[in-house]
Design a protein around this ligand. Structure first.
Ligand code: PFF
Length: 447
């Protein structure tokens, strides 16, 4: 007898899924990752390649994840298993769900530490320091294990509280509050930057195409960014797809989410770089861009003690709407199997991720010399295993599964009527282009 899995409920109306999936996609990766990579990889040339990757790899895989998730109405592990069995394939495809859930927990562990620093900066940027420079300030923040662990705990607690409140009353309700706030704060920051920063210089830096800098590395970097930015390969979108109403159209919805994610990434660049240029700061300073360069700008500008906190609230909201999607797939699995209640599942997984996160918090200070994998400290090892191995591998397997193994009528049933040209393009991308491209990123990153 087939075991009866517990139901999680569904979202009402099509906007909840769009807000939740966009919330998952828009995160720390967009706000500093995209602008920084675009700026240093040929500006508009990178943006064009990135858009191409979103269309030929990102959207096709997103459509596939939603199809599998919504059809089953379950967590990625059971959704993969059900779809495989219904297509007369091996139930072992569920391992893709397991790899996704593992990746989600690993990412959550360090995402929470970094997001905790964002929370901490809401307060730091509200009071200008006369004694410390912004880089000394950043040094002081990451040198203190207790400080990092405190903010990591606060952030993980917020994530836990939202997910444990359920699909409708927790995640669904929160994204309806968080996402409009995020949109509003972002528009405020861009408008501020437009009038008070070096806007034209930023436009040039981000969008003037410079093809002389484009190498195969640029393609790989754009592909990796597209993948991570859309939260693909680890089951977040699949888990959210399970709560999507049956009458919502999968293909147009995927385009909407991908467009919103891309729009936010570009607006983030237009909020950050005008300010960076206006204060003659380094545009390509990597992780320090938001914590060191932006803080230094806020310390120097008029009303910086107000604008700074607004910026870090924006970052924290983006991080929170992503972290709940990292926790949800595992929680959905434990609770639907009936092993634990939703609350206890959320507690167990977030506690485990919190424990793992201690390794990341300590890798900034007392454990900075400790390498978990060769030449990589704890944080870099987590990032490497999750983002560079598990996510691309998961994405590639999902593309192969839907492209080659899932029964055609089952797919047609789920996506409903789609323009035949679009459908055939999608089939072609998911069968051939997406798996080979992801395999390329994967091989190049591992080598
Ligand atoms: N998409 C998020 C970002 O751009 O920051 C990160 C992320 C969230 C990746 C959720 C994967 C995921 F499942």
């Amino acid at each position: 007898m087939e075991k009866q899995l517990k139901s999680h409920g569904a979202w009402i109306g099509k906007w909840t899924f769009i807000l939740a999936a966009t919330g998952s996609a828009v995160g720390l990766g967009n706000i500093w990752g995209f602008p920084y990579k675009a700026g240093t990889n040929g500006g508009g040339a990178f943006v064009l390649i990135y858009l191409l990757c979103i269309i030929i790899i990102g959207v096709p895989i997103m459509i596939s994840e939603i199809i599998i998730g919504r059809r089953a109405g379950n967590s990625p592990i059971n959704a993969m298993k059900k779809t495989a069995i219904d297509s007369n394939s091996s139930h072992l495809w569920k391992l893709v769900g397991w790899s996704g859930i593992t990746a989600g927990i690993l990412i959550l562990s360090f995402y929470s530490v970094i997001a905790g620093i964002c929370l901490n900066y809401i307060f730091i940027s509200a009071t200008s320091s006369e004694i410390l420079s912004s880089s000394e300030q950043f040094g002081a923040v990451i040198e203190s294990p207790l400080n990092l662990i405190f903010w990591h705990t606060v952030f993980m607690l917020l994530t836990f509280l939202i997910v444990s409140a359920g699909v409708k009353n927790g995640i669904g309700r929160m994204v309806k509050i968080l996402m409009p706030m995020l949109g509003f704060l972002l528009i405020f920051m861009v408008t501020y930057a437009m009038f008070n920063g070096a806007f034209v210089k930023a436009l040039n830096f981000l969008f003037a195409p410079d093809f002389s800098n484009v190498t195969s590395e640029t393609f790989l970097s754009a592909m990796g960014q597209a993948f991570f930015s859309l939260s693909l390969g680890m089951g977040s979108i699949m888990a959210y797809g399970a709560y999507m109403p049956k009458d919502q159209k999968v293909v147009p919805t995927s385009f909407t989410v991908a467009s919103l994610d891309t729009l936010v990434a570009m607006l983030a660049g237009l909020a950050i770089f005008p300010i960076i240029f206006a204060f003659n700061l380094e545009p390509n300073s990597g992780p320090g861009l938001v914590f060191v360069s932006m803080l230094s700008a806020f310390n120097q500008m008029q009303f910086g003690q107000l604008i700074g906190p607004v910026f870090f609230v924006l970052l924290s909201i983006a991080a929170l709407s992503s972290s709940i999607s990292l926790l949800e797939p595992g929680v959905a699995y434990l609770s639907e199997e009936g092993y634990l209640s939703r609350k206890n599942s959320a507690f167990a997984i977030s506690f485990f991720a919190w424990l793992l996160g201690l390794g990341t918090a300590l890798s900034f200070n007392v454990l900075s010399d400790f390498n978990l994998t060769p030449d990589r400290n704890f944080l870099d090892s987590m990032d490497f295993i999750a983002n560079q191995i598990l996510l691309p591998l998961g994405g590639m397997m999902i593309a192969i599964f839907v492209g080659w193994f899932v029964k055609k009528d089952l797919i047609i049933n789920e996506i409903g009527y789609v323009n035949p040209v679009i459908y055939n393009l999608w089939r072609f991308f998911i069968k051939f282009i997406a798996p080979t491209s992801v395999a390329l990123i994967f091989i190049s990153q591992v080598l």
